[in-house]
Ligand binder design. Structure first.
Ligand code: B12
Ligand code: SF4
Length: 431
């Protein structure tokens, strides 16, 4: 079967830019479409191409005219969801028989794609369900009972069988088809350090349940890990790439597995630098694990600090404390590990809250703060709680840099203070 997998272009709209001419909060991120490479790697008997519209924004008509695929698969996050539907319409209009949508938005809000331009919606990890679907379509069947794969039924309530996600659903014995994006490789760079960066997955999901986080939808709340030898195989496939981003939401969610993977990477002598997500309580409770990973090449970590006080952390169900966050920064700094710190400003922020965060960041040893706006992402607990408060339902704005619930300050004032915080924290960045 001829399959075209499409990564949507960089998209998303900005309220501060459109209403107040503030352009400084707009962010452009780059990286390879690992989800599509993973799906393609599991379809070795088919002719699969990957079109990365982030790297090649005008590439759709070229890709469709080169050879009309039998099936198109699209991925996307929430701010890309409208674009994914638009792309699906274009693809259908070109005569493609089957269109399948998956990814983090489809997994958390599948009903959004229950429209005629989409045939199937993949809910969760989906590597196995996608292969099963491709095989069925090839045999001329249109299954409506594949676990983890909803058949659309526009106008009706979307129904599907849940997939009970297990390690087997990671299908790690096939590596991602990195070769399919070789011609885009120059786009996948860590701009700040001017180096090429590759993505590798070692785990899926997260054992925690922060109320604002959409990761639960990836594997129906399970935390699943891949065998170390298969992670190392993937790292080795990215032979010429010096920096590897482990894209797991939480690389250290299973301590024993993380220890084994760290040991294995160290023993393999891969000579790579790694960037991975870790919680601050893991750092504080298991500094020996961080030390091991430092020796294995861990160059930088991304930590969700989110807020400055315990009350607000508790309201997010972060299951962590502000003093633990502070202690983790000290431990990592002593080990020479660079810290990228995520912080979330709430639409309820007042001038004093912005000032407090600004003072904290100026005094802290966090190398690169990333500051987003608290957003009720569909599928999250926070969305369920805030549903009635949402004033902006256009998913183009769900970039995590817009307030989609009312700001307590006058809106323009909120964005001016937010933009100022982003600007000064970038100026002070040590990375
Ligand atoms: C790498 C990454 C990126 C890369 C994406 C590379 C690309 N696709 O071009 C870059 C750096 C470009 C990026 C950008 C952004 N990102 Co980002 N990113 C991630 C990260 C760290 C990993 C994603 C990943 O590769 N996962 C690995 C793959 C294998 O898993 P997966 O995507 O879930 O895919 C599996 C299944 O979903 C399924 N599947 C996926 N697609 C499809 C398609 C089909 C057809 C099928 C059948 C199945 C299927 O199969 C896959 C294999 O099992 C996640 C956090 C995380 N740890 O997951 C955030 C994350 C996805 N990003 C997020 C966000 C918000 C953004 C940005 C808006 C920027 C920002 N402020 O953070 C931009 C959006 C781009 C834009 N402006 O248009 C949020 C999304 C929240 C949401 N619901 O929207 C996440 C969850 C992080 C977070 N803060 O919570 N991101
Ligand atoms: S620890 Fe991180 S990945 Fe896990 S639920 Fe919380 S925010 Fe999401």
């Amino acid at each position: 079967m001829q399959i075209l997998l499409i990564n949507p272009p960089n998209c998303g709209r900005s309220i501060p830019e459109e209403r107040y001419g503030i352009t400084s909060v707009r962010q452009i991120f780059r990286g390879e479409p690992l989800a599509l490479e993973e799906l393609a790697g599991n379809l070795p008997d088919h002719e699969v191409r990957i079109l990365d519209l982030k790297a090649e924004p005008g590439g759709l008509s070229r890709a469709l005219s080169e050879a009309l695929p039998d099936l198109v698969g699209l991925t996307g996050v929430t701010c890309e969801a409208n674009t994914v539907r638009r792309l699906a319409r274009e693809v259908k209009a070109a005569g493609v028989k089957s269109v399948v949508v998956g990814g983090i938005h489809a997994s958390n809000d599948p009903a959004f794609f229950n429209h005629e331009e989409v045939d199937y919606i993949c809910i969760g990890l989906g590597k196995l369900s996608f292969r099963e679907l491709v095989e069925a379509l090839e045999q001329g069947r249109q299954p409506a009972d594949l676990p983890g794969m909803a058949k659309t039924s526009p106008g009706n309530r979307l129904q599907w069988l849940n997939r009970d996600y297990r390690e087997a659903d990671l299908v790690s014995h096939h590596p991602p088809a990195y070769q399919l994006v070789a011609h885009y490789r120059e786009h996948y760079r860590l701009e700040r350090l001017k180096v090429s960066m590759g993505f590798v997955a070692s785990a899926a999901g997260c054992p925690h349940r922060c109320s604002f986080c959409c990761i639960k939808g990836q594997s129906d709340g399970r935390y699943l890990t891949r065998p170390p030898d298969q992670v190392i195989r993937d790292i080795e496939l990215l032979a010429d790439i010096p920096v590897i981003r482990l894209i797991d939401a939480n690389t250290f969610g299973n301590l024993e597995q993380a220890r084994q993977l760290g040991e294995a990477i160290k023993a393999a002598g891969l000579n790579k630098q790694f960037l991975a997500d870790v919680r601050s309580d893991t750092v504080v409770n298991h500094p020996e694990l961080m030390r091991l990973w430092r020796e294995a090449g861990l160059r930088a970590v991304i930590i969700g600090f989110e807020e400055l006080d315990d009350q607000r952390l508790a309201a997010m169900n972060k299951a962590n404390r502000a003093d633990v966050n502070r202690e983790a920064v000290g431990i990592l700094q002593e080990m020479g590990i660079t810290i990228v710190g995520d912080f979330i400003v709430a639409p309820s922020y007042e001038e004093e809250d912005f000032r407090r965060l600004s003072d904290y960041l100026a005094a802290s040893r966090i190398d690169l703060p990333i500051i987003t706006v608290l957003t009720p992402l569909p599928g999250t607990e926070y969305h369920r709680r805030q549903r009635q408060e949402i004033i902006n339902h256009d998913l183009d704005y769900y970039t995590l840099t817009n307030a989609v619930t009312p700001t307590r300050l006058a809106e323009e004032e909120f964005y001016r203070l937010y933009a100022e915080l982003v600007r000064t924290s970038h100026q002070q960045a040590k990375l």
